[in-house]
Design a protein around this ligand. Structure first.
Ligand code: NAI
Length: 413
């Protein structure tokens, strides 16, 4: 049984899933092995990840490995109704509808958990939060894996407080995830979303990137590549110096607010852009967020300040301020690349989801012996994914000769 908006959209949804499959060679190798070995036979897996084509393909790979998969989204604005319908039509229990309110979103999470899963995949921490509030649904749970930085922060806080109920794998911190996904995936897809949503020029504009972590570095790098002048705001002096040496100007948000044309927050923190910043921004500045939750740009304060709030284009709301300036908020301040774009390129999600698939297999085999903690993904999984990805891309690399190996491990030159 699935809960999706419109099953008549299924055909295009299936086309989108088949399209990404062709560009996800690593996950396809894993799917073929899963099909042969059936590592999830007799198991139920609930996934809560942005409901779009790459995620749907991951769900199908887990199903190919013998799992009964129950798939939901992790953000109502990133759900693609055609993909949800397509996935449901391919036999995966799917519970996701675009644009639902908080109450309905939580209902969909509960529907996806009603099977009492053995394994879960979470993205941002809402699924784990739901299980915390409804522990009876975790009765058969062995463990799970978390996809993103914000979800890892929440899991570690739970583990520290002693309230994590099951082992979770930290997929975000696997190298084959955050080196590529957070940096190059976010770097490309954020600009793809901003450009097609605004249909405006990036070159020559001043772009303010808040946070110079993995996501921020990617967003800043691509902005520079398109000819923008980039300002970075940070709280960490080491990252701030790195941004400066990468050629960005560094300053606090209080100063950057006056200069920016386009703002992108990538901090995982809250209230990064607030009322005092709105007060000094240029007319027609653009505000967008790429962090996991819509708390980085304080939309409530912006709304309270505005004398008029009106739709300017799809996914752009204009906030007219008493002095006549208008500020433009993209995608309600939710992560812009998913809420008004198609998410990361398939080739990027190939490695992220290959890690997810192997983390699920690891948890299925070993989870019963693990503690209620956050576990790093074993290095062998990272190595395996990078190896099959290289092969899938038709690339070869050098190998150390025995002499080189002895040299690298010795102390004599
Ligand atoms: P990170 O930990 O590598 O970087 C965050 C950076 O923000 C750090 O350098 C930190 O010092 C800085 N920071 C924190 N609070 C700040 C503040 N108030 N002002 C300025 N800088 C501040 O984290 P990462 O991996 O870059 O992730 C950032 C966020 O993006 C998380 O919420 C994560 O879940 C999300 N994410 C979003 C993706 C997308 O597709 N949009 C993809 C991957 C992650």
């Amino acid at each position: 049984m699935s809960t999706v908006r419109d099953m008549s959209l299924a055909e295009y949804g299936r086309m989108k899933i088949l399209w990404v499959r062709d560009f996800m060679p690593a996950l396809s190798v894993i799917r073929d092995r899963f099909e042969a070995e059936q590592p999830f036979r007799g198991m139920k897996i609930t996934t809560s990840i942005h409901m779009e084509a790459k995620t749907a393909y991951l769900a199908l790979c887990l199903a190919a490995g013998g799992a009964e998969v129950h798939a939901t989204g992790c953000n109502p604005l990133s759900t693609q109704d055609d993909v949800a319908a397509g996935l449901a039509s391919l036999g995966v229990n799917t519970y996701a509808e675009y644009g639902v309110d908080k109450e309905q979103y939580e209902k969909l999470l509960l529907e996806a958990l009603a099977c009492k899963p053995n394994l879960i995949i979470d993205d941002g921490g809402d699924l784990v939060e739901t299980l915390y509030r409804h522990p009876e649904l975790a009765a058969e749970l062995i463990g799970g894996a978390e996809e993103t930085t914000t979800g890892i922060h929440r899991l570690k806080a739970r583990a520290k407080a002693g309230v994590l109920q099951f082992p979770m794998m930290n997929v975000n911190d696997a190298k084959c995830k955050h080196y590529y996904d957070n940096k190059y995936g976010t770097g490309q897809s954020v600009w793809d979303a901003i450009m097609h949503t605004t249909n405006l020029l990036v070159a020559g504009r001043t772009v303010v990137v808040a946070g110079y972590g993995y996501c921020g570095r990617g967003v800043a790098m691509r902005a520079k590549g398109m000819g923008a002048n980039v300002i970075v705001t940070e709280i960490d002096p080491i990252k701030a110096l790195e941004a400066s040496m990468d050629g960005c100007r560094v300053m606090p948000m209080d100063k950057a607010a006056r200069e920016g044309d386009i703002f992108v927050t990538t901090t995982g923190c809250r209230d990064v852009i607030t009322r005092r910043h709105f007060e000094v921004m240029k007319n027609n500045a653009f505000l967008s967020n790429a962090g996991h939750f819509n708390v980085e740009v304080n939309g409530e304060e912006l709304e309270n300040m505005a004398v008029r709030v009106y739709k300017r284009r799809n996914d752009i709301m204009g906030y007219e301020l008493p002095d006549g300036r208008t500020l433009n908020l993209l995608a309600e301040g939710r992560l812009v690349n998913l809420a008004s774009g198609n998410g990361h390129p398939a080739e990027i999600m190939d490695t992220s989801f290959a890690i997810q698939a192997l983390a699920m297999e690891y948890m299925a085999k070993n989870g019963r012996g693990l503690h209620r903690q956050v576990y790093e993904v074993p290095k062998e999984i990272d190595d395996e994914v990078s190896r099959i990805k290289l092969e899938g891309c038709g690339m070869e690399i050098d190998r150390l000769t025995p002499e080189q190996e002895a040299y690298m491990n010795g102390f004599e030159v």
